[in-house]
Ligand binder design. Structure first.
Ligand code: MN
Length: 263
């Protein structure tokens, strides 16, 4: 065991103390307004978040305040396990994922300008290659985080879902080719996004439908949805920590996701 003054973790804690490492919270507040995915017919939607008070220093519990909560596994800022998708059905449930695979370097690909111009914009292989040309190859064991600017709409459901006159949501995602590329050519932990799910609003009509889910989970990789504050991360070098609940046999879980960023 290393002595304290040589220990990299002690160094990290010291930098947390003096604020030279910042902890960026990538998680939205969870409440009854938290947006949840709305699927086209005939698919059944998940339930949103609900909170019900048990006691608050009253007759039901004079010394304590606590609540019961309920929600779907894929509610708010959340984690998608490989078994969430049929292509990953033989891989792990959320409780079976090694904790080591929840923590990795953040690689933030910024396509916010393109999504501002076109809400249906989907990450292309060229965007990934442009990122790598500028910042180096996406390393093994990293989280690829796609910054679209969509988190700023989280509290405005109309803008967040952006349903057009065609009745379909118009929100950014990933092309079939880029999803396949990230899943099969990169040894990453998974992909994180700011939208309600890891695929574009129109992705039910892609071939295959929902390609990010299909290819990433089919390659035993993970998803993070409804992230925020990606604009506060550098393109490379942050440490992203995802902490889904250890739900036995679960397909995913609401998660607190945070990043360590050295100033
Ligand atoms: Mn999900």
């Amino acid at each position: 065991m290393k002595s304290l003054n040589q220990n990299v973790l002690t160094d990290v804690v010291n930098k947390l103390r003096d604020n030279s490492i910042e902890v960026v919270d990538l998680t939205h507040v969870l409440n009854e307004e938290t947006p949840i995915i709305s699927l086209p017919d005939p698919f059944v939607d998940t339930k949103g978040f609900k909170k019900e008070q048990i006691s608050k220093y009253d007759d039901n519990g004079p010394f304590f305040f606590w609540n019961n909560i309920s929600m779907g596994e894929h509610c708010g800022t959340h984690f998608d396990a490989p078994v969430h998708w049929i292509s990953g059905k033989d891989y792990q449930h959320v409780d079976e994922i090694p904790a080591k695979k929840l923590i990795g370097e953040g690689c933030v690909i910024d396509i916010a300008d393109k999504c501002e111009a076109d809400p249906d914009y989907c990450l292309k292989i060229e965007d990934i290659e442009a990122f790598e040309a500028k910042y180096g190859e996406i390393p093994d064991h990293s989280w690829v985080l796609i910054y679209t600017g969509w988190a700023r709409y989280n509290d405005d459901h109309e803008k967040f879902f952006n349903v057009g006159e065609d009745g379909h949501p118009h929100t950014p995602g990933t092309t079939v080719e880029a999803a396949k590329f990230l899943a099969n050519e990169k040894n990453i932990l998974g992909v994180g996004v700011e939208t309600v799910g890891t695929d574009a609003g129109l992705a039910a009509a892609f071939d295959p439908p929902f390609p990010n889910h299909y290819f990433l989970h089919g390659a035993n990789k993970y998803g993070l949805a409804s992230l925020t504050n990606l604009d506060k991360l550098p393109p490379r070098g942050s440490i992203v920590i995802a902490s889904p609940l250890k739900i036995e046999g679960g397909s995913g879980s609401p998660a607190r996701v945070m990043a360590l960023v050295e100033k």
